[in-house]
Design a protein around this ligand. Structure first.
Ligand code: ZN
Length: 388
């Protein structure tokens, strides 16, 4: 029943003939089978409530937003803002009256590894630094956020009356300064800032442009990269982001769908172009679906073989040869009526137009555009000839 409901929707979405199979229609409409999609949503719901994200993620926790009931009363939160500086030359420092120690923070993702660092400067010299390693599935944003939170924690645990913290991540500062933030690290940092302020001390936050030659920022950047690449200790932070959970769940869904699609007896023509569902969704996202394209990718269209099958034409054969069945593959690959267009295309993309090459051709952005254009023209002309 689910299939029937979804098939009619998918057919409309991809403008295909109503004889097209469920599997082909789902691929062209870029939809997951409804039952798989439902399980996906349920799984994500469970993960959000603390369930493991599969075997490899036992003991790992999702970075969950703070429950709104745990947020402090707005009246108890000091106003948090940040200033933007392009440079830290003496004039800027004077203008903004930057006094006291400075802590620079940075996060880095490099070669699939993630690190963060903070470095403290007094009187123009580094006096302390710390590096952190994050698990590889963490994002740069998380790394920036961890570094910022640790810097604020350090100020809270210290004695200084005023400390300046510099980050080159505007998004982290925005989350930290936002009126309502559910991010757990920002939440911790804001609580620390409240305590600092309650003690009559202060922390000033600054955004600095990255790679602008600011010594402290360059140093934090270098330390963060080094931490990502070389630090071998247990991760200092390993909460995985929701985006990662979504990716893992989607990959599992696509794998299940792939198996069903490959084993299914329908969608043979669609499989010639897209043997893999993952590729189909990725490629078709960049392509505008038209009726002619849908006819090409399903084989259900104005081809003699199709028309004959549904009793709309006396014979399934092509006008070029009374022994040749005219289906979409015939007109694309071998029909002499389209020889000129085919040769022109083959010269342009430097590939022989044959079903074995289709998946490779559609993978390449430039070749795909020319190839699909050829497909649509051939399909359109064939339909027209069969109608006349
Ligand atoms: Zn022919």
């Amino acid at each position: 029943m689910l299939d029937a409901v979804q098939r009619s929707v998918a057919l409309k979405a991809c403008r295909a003939h109503r004889t097209v199979s469920l599997h082909s229609a789902l691929i062209l409409a870029r939809l997951l089978p409804l039952d798989i999609r439902v399980r996906e949503v349920a799984w994500l719901y469970e993960v959000k409530r603390g369930k493991d994200l599969g075997d490899t993620f036992v003991d790992r926790e999702l970075e969950r937003p703070v429950y709104f009931g745990d947020l402090p009363h707005p009246a108890h939160v000091p106003e948090i803002g940040y200033e933007s500086v392009e440079d830290l030359d003496p004039q800027t420092v004077d203008r903004l009256a930057v006094v006291g120690p400075r802590i620079f923070t940075d996060g880095s993702r490099i070669e699939g590894k993630v690190g963060a660092a903070l470095t403290e400067w007094r009187d123009g010299r580094e006096t302390w630094y710390s590096t952190l390693r994050l698990d590889p599935f963490c994002t740069v944003f998380q790394a920036e956020m961890v570094a910022l939170q640790r810097a604020i924690r350090r100020v809270k645990n210290g004695k200084d009356g005023l400390v300046n913290i510099f980050s080159d991540s505007r998004s982290s500062l925005e989350v930290l300064a936002g009126p309502k933030t559910y991010h757990p690290l920002a939440h911790e940092a804001r609580r620390d800032i409240s305590e600092i302020v309650a003690e009559g001390r202060a922390v000033r936050l600054f955004w600095v442009r990255a790679h602008a030659g600011i010594a402290g920022n360059e140093r934090a950047d270098e330390l963060a990269r080094r931490a990502a690449l070389t630090k071998k200790t247990a991760a200092d932070y390993d909460r995985f982001p929701l985006s990662y959970a979504k990716r893992v769940i989607r990959a599992a869904s696509l794998e299940e769908w792939q198996e069903r699609y490959a084993e299914g007896g329908t969608g043979e023509i669609t499989k010639c172009f897209f043997p893999r569902v993952e590729q189909a969704y990725r490629v078709l996202r960049k392509t505008e679906m038209t009726s002619h394209l849908a006819q090409t990718l399903t084989g259900h269209g104005g081809f003699s073989q199709y028309l004959h099958r549904f009793k709309l034409k006396d014979s399934p054969y092509c006008a070029c040869d009374p022994a040749k069945i005219q289906d979409v593959l015939h007109v694309l690959e071998e029909c002499p009526m389209f020889l000129r267009e085919r040769v022109a295309l083959e010269t342009e993309i430097d590939v022989i137009v044959g079903r074995g090459e289709f998946p490779t051709i559609v993978e390449d952005d430039q070749k795909r555009a020319k190839f699909l254009d050829f497909c649509c023209k051939v399909t359109e002309k064939t339909s027209k000839l069969n109608r006349d």
